[in-house]
Design a protein around this ligand. Structure first.
Ligand code: AMP
Length: 214
């Protein structure tokens, strides 16, 4: 089954996507991760999007749709988890077309609901393992005492350049202006499953499982 995780920055989409990958063999397709990878490897596209990403704005639909199109053709697994994509109505329409062309369909759209105050606290406390991308949080899920990632054992952690209050304000505004309309779009398509994203990781995981019917 292919699913979309939709929600504001810091709602926990990446964390839940990684759990779904591990437990169900699904494949996470995160346009944010793809764009950060393009920046790290110094591609022309990576350079072009760097400033926009750091400010919290959205990169063009054309770029992210191109990234997803490429992955849909090359990635294999037990269903895709679209994480951070689509973020505009135009991207949602493009995804519909891409899935149709690949003889695939969407099974569900999980909306992770979290209020803004919690988002600021979560995001400014967030870090990830530089090696495997495991997500940590100074308050709710601190890096282990031995300073090593609990998944891969690496000891290098990083914070995202856009995880600061100013970028977050822009990211939230972009979310409410351009992404929130997708909630109506998928509700209308009969695919929307709202879950409370404020709970513990395992509670949210259980809610998502229930909403997917498994
Ligand atoms: P994320 O890791 O999903 O929070 O994305 C980080 C940043 O990458 C966003 O703030 C945008 O600048 C850019 N980005 C990621 N996904 C998209 C998308 N689907 N459409 C436009 N910009 C995106």
């Amino acid at each position: 089954m292919n699913i979309i995780l939709i929600g504001p920055p810091g709602a926990g989409k990446g964390t839940q996507a990684r759990i779904l990958e591990e437990e169900r063999g699904m494949v996470q397709l995160s346009t944010g991760d793809m764009l950060r990878e393009a920046r790290t490897s110094g591609t022309e596209m990576g350079k072009k999007v760097a400033d926009i990403m750091d400010s919290g704005g959205l990169v063009t639909d054309e770029i992210v749709v191109g990234l997803i199109e490429e992955k849909l053709q090359s990635a294999e697994g037990d269903g895709f988890i679209f994480d951070g994509f689509p973020r505009t109505l135009a991207q949602a329409a493009a995804l519909d077309d891409l899935l149709r062309a690949n003889k695939q369909e969407l099974g569900a759209v999980v909306e992770m609901k979290v209020d803004d105050d919690a988002l600021v606290a979560r995001i400014t406390a967030r870090s990830t393992c530089a090696n495997c991308g495991e997500v940590y949080n100074d308050i709710t899920r601190p890096i282990p005492d031995d300073g090593k990632c609990s998944v891969c054992g690496a000891s290098d952690f990083k914070r995202r350049a856009d995880d600061n209050e100013e970028s977050l304000r822009t990211r939230l505004m972009e979310y409410y202006k351009k992404t929130a309309p997708l909630i109506g779009y998928y509700y209308h398509a009969g695919l929307l499953n709202p879950v409370n994203g404020l709970g513990e990781i395992d509670e949210v995981k259980a809610e998502i499982a229930a909403s997917l019917g498994a």
